[in-house]
Write a protein that binds this ligand. Structure first.
Ligand code: PHE
Length: 334
């Protein structure tokens, strides 16, 4: 009975060892000079004639078995150590869970605002032709507005789109009004990185074409967008602007959230421009065969909106993969 219990305990303890050192301690406890089994083996001589052979046989067999078990366990522990799994009882390491990039999070937030106003999301290619990026947008070759878009050209004459406006043309070509689309995506311009410039950036384009769309609809839609993005009491203002593909054109300005209108180093006399917009130019509509329709369009830089919304003073932070910066933006915080 005693031997039976000793065997059970020894087997369990051997199995539970996590290191060779622990295993050696178990071996000494049972098979060492003063070990539990060794003591039993030594005391066999004191047993009665009848008991001696029985206990002797069982105890000796147990010693051989435990020796073997310990040997096997030792081999296993050594193998797992070379595999780097030495201490299986240690708590596991928590995997690092990433989060969406702040520009992705903010883009989704902005897109959802427009979806709630009936817009659908479409996408266009980042490699464009001159026609879609400029000419169809009322910006023919030699048009001075081309200078504002310092363009990356490919060897075959195509280019990296300088804005998301070409998506307007692609959509108007393929579908007929009424149209209400929003188009997020990456754009490129020849710029060197500095705190306010980046050769690549995200834009979100909007287009609404229908029989009776007016400037008031444009202002109303963008006012809702600005207030949902920057807060319900944000002061918004539309100032005249210029884009070749909209007429009239406007810029949407909001009251600077940093100085609340007092005037500071990031704003212009208390206001900040957040996007460009306007009524789709009659030439663009005519080219698309939409002469009897009206439309409005707008385009915004997502980095710019993010910098204003989260008080970020350097656009490069979005592109440097600094985890400490990026980790601040998980959905729950925005
Ligand atoms: N495409 C313009 C830009 O990149 C923004 C814009 C879009 C303006 C649509 C008016 C209408 O600056």
């Amino acid at each position: 009975m005693k031997l039976h219990e000793l065997e059970k305990n020894a087997r369990k303890e051997i199995e539970e060892t996590a290191t060779s050192e622990e295993l050696e301690k178990v071996r000494i406890r049972y098979l060492g000079r003063k070990g539990k089994l060794t003591e039993i083996l030594h005391s066999i001589g004191n047993l009665s004639k009848e008991e001696k052979p029985v206990v002797g046989r069982v105890a000796n067999r147990l010693k051989i078995e435990l020796d073997q078990l310990i040997l096997i366990r030792k081999k296993n522990l050594e193998e797992s150590r070379t595999l780097g799994l030495e201490d299986l009882s240690l708590p596991g390491r928590k995997p690092t869970i990433g989060n969406l990039h702040p520009l992705t999070i903010l883009s989704e937030e902005i897109i959802n605002i427009f979806i709630s106003m009936g817009f659908s999301v479409v996408e266009g290619p980042e490699i464009e032709t001159d026609y879609y990026n400029f000419t169809a947008l009322n910006t023919p070759p030699e048009h001075p507005a081309r200078d504002l878009h310092d363009t990356f050209y490919l060897k075959d004459g195509r280019l990296l789109r300088t804005h998301t406006s070409p998506v307007q043309i692609r959509i108007m070509e393929k579908h007929s009004p009424p149209l209400r689309i929003i188009s997020p995506g990456r754009c490129y311009r020849v710029d060197t990185f500095d705190p306010s410039h980046s050769p690549t950036f995200m834009q979100i384009e909007g287009l609404w074409v229908d029989k009776d769309v007016s400037m008031a609809d444009l202002f109303g839609t963008l006012k809702i967008f600005a207030r949902k993005t920057f807060g319900g009491d944000t002061k918004v203002e539309f100032l005249p602007g210029y884009f070749p593909f909209t007429e009239p054109s406007a810029e949407l300005w909001i009251q600077c959230p940093f100085c609340t209108g007092k005037g500071c180093s990031v704003c212009h006399q208390g206001n900040i421009e957040i996007l460009g917009c306007g009524m789709v130019h009659p030439n663009v509509l005519k080219n698309m065969g939409y002469s009897e329709f009206l439309g409005f369009a707008f385009g915004m830089g997502v980095e710019r909106i993010a910098m204003i919304k989260y008080n970020i003073n350097d656009i490069r932070l979005f592109y440097q993969n600094d985890l400490q910066f990026l980790k601040q933006f998980n959905e729950s915080k925005l």
